[in-house]
Ligand binder design. Structure first.
Ligand SMILES: NC(=O)c1ccc[n+]([C@@H]2O[C@H](COP(=O)([O-])OP(=O)(O)OC[C@H]3O[C@@H](n4cnc5c(N)ncnc54)[C@H](O)[C@@H]3O)[C@@H](O)[C@H]2O)c1
Length: 363
């Protein structure tokens, strides 16, 4: 088994991401080396099932003082969940030299990161990723929770000290969850216009061979790190590349309980339509995106429902209030023939036409 490491230097922190198999001893030794006074585990209930030995060893070797079990629900990443954890931290007298260890997918890592960034003005956290989504799109540089109907409204530019992506966790993850994780790999491959990775993904979506995980995760972490490091606080552009497909995805996630990975997949299709109509994407490259989309759709199968639910005015409202739009202009990150392009002030009629084309699309 090849093990891989991605190091990313951000202001105030160097984040290290380790990808491999059977990593428990390594995880324990890395965390121990930091000599925290207390460790608190925040664990996804489904990642814990059937892993008695793993958790017993982690708890024993690290002298874990409390274990908070989280149950991902549709209305997740709420402030209420954070409150529960904060009360538990107070209860065990967690200090500024304590460490929160999240073991779970994006849900648990975002909640843990948000609490870690606020408790006593910031304590360390470590992420043990257990879903493909969290492995390919790990917390690098930012964490967020939802507030009311607003996705990722409360958050910080904050990073775990370490991320461990132990592929053994994927053995219990449902196939559907793996497909959802792949949508972020797709986004990363489009940002870099990397046909080799796209072909590999299409193969995976047909045969689900598990040989590709390490490569997908390593590739995604390299792309994500290269976008975040020069622009950690999301001001000068490269960080924004990661929003490719997310403007439409944010609308879908606000509107319904669609999963993030599925929303991103449909978001990518929408910006491909828009990019082609704005002359930024050739017909050949657009067709290639549609070919990949077909493979996703075979597994996700929500296109018809989403098309029926689209009310153009409501989508436009959501686009105007999206993080990426500014001064009443419609901005999008588009996939292009060479990678990505941040298109500012897209004419409203072009967006409306693209929404119409999305509604008529058949895959
Ligand atoms: N901060 C960031 O950089 C960042 C990056 C990507 C995603 N996110 C956030 O992550 C969330 C989505 O994350 P996700 O897709 O990992 O979903 P998730 O954390 O909700 O996990 C998906 C499902 O898999 C289950 N599960 C987790 N690990 C398992 C395992 N090993 N075996 C079996 N089941 C397991 C969970 O209980 C859940 O039912 C979104 O809220 C998104 O905004 C944040």
């Amino acid at each position: 088994m090849r093990n891989k490491k991605v190091t990313i230097k951000l202001p105030y922190i160097t984040e290290e991401i380790f990808i491999g198999e059977k990593m428990l001893d390594f995880v324990i030794s890395k965390i121990k080396s930091r000599k925290y006074d207390k460790h608190v585990l925040i664990v996804d209930v489904n990642a814990k099932i059937d892993r008695v030995e793993y958790f017993n060893k982690l708890i024993k070797e690290l002298n874990v003082v409390d274990i908070v079990i989280l149950h991902p629900t549709p209305n997740y990443k709420s402030f209420k969940e954070c409150e529960k954890i904060i009360k538990r931290l107070i209860n065990v007298k967690a200090s500024r030299n304590s460490c929160l260890i999240s073991v779970g997918g994006g849900y648990v890592s975002d909640i843990t990161g948000y609490v870690a960034s606020n408790y006593m003005r910031g304590v360390d956290f470590v992420q043990i990723s257990t879903t493909l989504m969290s492995m390919v799109d790990s917390v690098i540089g930012k964490v967020a929770i939802n507030f009311g109907n607003n996705k990722n409204l409360l958050g910080s530019f904050y990073s775990p000290k370490y991320v461990f992506s132990d592929l053994d966790f994927l053995s219990t993850l449902k196939k559907d969850e793996k497909v959802l994780g792949l949508s972020e790999v797709w986004k990363h491959a489009l940002i870099r216009r990397d046909d080799t990775v796209i072909k590999k993904m299409e193969c995976y979506l047909s045969n689900f061979s598990n040989k590709s995980y390490l490569d997908f995760i390593y590739y995604s972490m390299k792309v994500k790190a290269s976008c975040v490091a020069p622009d950690y606080n999301d001001k000068n552009g490269s960080h924004k590349a990661l929003s490719l497909g997310h403007t439409f995805a944010n609308f879908l996630e606000k509107k319904s309980e669609i999963r993030h990975g599925a929303a991103v997949m449909y978001g990518i299709i929408f910006v491909a339509i828009l990019s082609k109509s704005l002359g930024k994407l050739s017909l050949k490259n657009y067709n290639q995106i549609i070919r990949t989309a077909r493979k996703f759709e075979k597994n996700i199968g929500m296109l018809k429902n989403i098309q029926n639910d689209i009310e153009i005015e409501k989508v436009l409202d959501s686009f105007f209030s999206d993080k990426i739009s500014e001064k009443n202009s419609l901005n999008f990150v588009l996939p292009t023939n060479f990678g990505y392009f941040i298109y500012k002030d897209v004419p409203k009629n072009c967006v409306v036409d693209a929404l119409g084309a999305f509604k008529r699309l058949s895959l």
